[in-house]
Ligand binder design. Structure first.
Ligand code: 5GP
Length: 217
């Protein structure tokens, strides 16, 4: 059968890791370099940092707007992270997967657990979760990029958050132990390349017609 007769289901790629692991850069770069992949822009109640743009880095929402969207069921998942709300809008994910595009989501471990717990078979079939782990305590401290201006409490809190996040790596199907930017990107790309080739993700076009709606994701 020629390739033209196959349609592929899109991946829902959930990427987590502690601050400094480079997970956002990996997701952004992959979606920029690969036309079949899109980055899911999250919504958040935290204030924009210098240089961050609404709709590109995040959808910056007030607490009230975030709550209204929650009530309307617009989030695929949301969680409180470091005192602010973060969530993935269904509109950033579901249509892309249906169209065969891969969606990259950079979310925390709570959000990843919520996505794993979704009943929707389309989400379950699409899901690939990847954890970006730091190789040592020394590397973690280096990547957390303390500037010498933090109080001991701030340092302790950031370290505690990173350790808490890292405790969950075994729940993920894949773990990339971070080395350097290029090596991490190759490992990350290799995982996605392999996942794209799974036979179960390919659907013969004839079967994806309305005769077989259960296959037409
Ligand atoms: P930051 O404020 O530094 O951009 O992100 C803080 C944390 O929030 C990161 O661990 C990031 O992965 C997580 N995060 C970003 N977007 C989402 C989201 O949509 N859902 C969840 N659950 N976590 C998110």
């Amino acid at each position: 059968m020629s390739d033209q007769n196959l349609k592929r289901r899109g991946l829902l790629c959930v990427v987590s890791g502690p601050s400094g692991s480079g997970k956002t850069t990996l997701c952004r770069r992959f979606s920029e370099e690969d036309s079949d992949a899109v980055y899911a822009v999250s919504a958040t109640t935290r204030a924009p940092r210098d240089g961050e743009q609404d709709g590109i880095d995040y959808f910056f929402l007030t607490q009230k707007e975030f709550e209204a969207r929650t009530t309307r069921g617009e989030f695929l998942e949301y969680a409180e992270v470091h005192g602010n709300y973060y969530g993935t809008l269904k509109s950033e994910v579901l249509n892309h997967i249906e169209a065969g595009r891969d969606v990259l989501m950079d979310i925390d471990v709570q959000g990843a657990a919520l996505v794993r717990g979704q009943d929707d078979p389309a989400i379950q079939k699409a899901l690939v979760d990847i954890f970006i782990l730091l190789p040592s305590e020394e590397e973690l401290i280096k990547r957390l990029n303390f500037r010498g201006t933090e109080t001991q409490n701030q340092i302790d809190l950031r370290l505690k958050n990173a350790h808490e996040e890292m405790r969950h790596w075994q729940l993920y199907l894949y773990t990339v132990v971070s080395a350097d930017k290029e090596t991490d990107f190759s490992s990350f790309s290799a995982i996605l390349a392999g996942e794209r080739c799974r036979s179960s993700r390919l659907i013969p076009r004839a079967e994806s017609s309305s005769d077989h709606p259960e296959l037409d994701l």
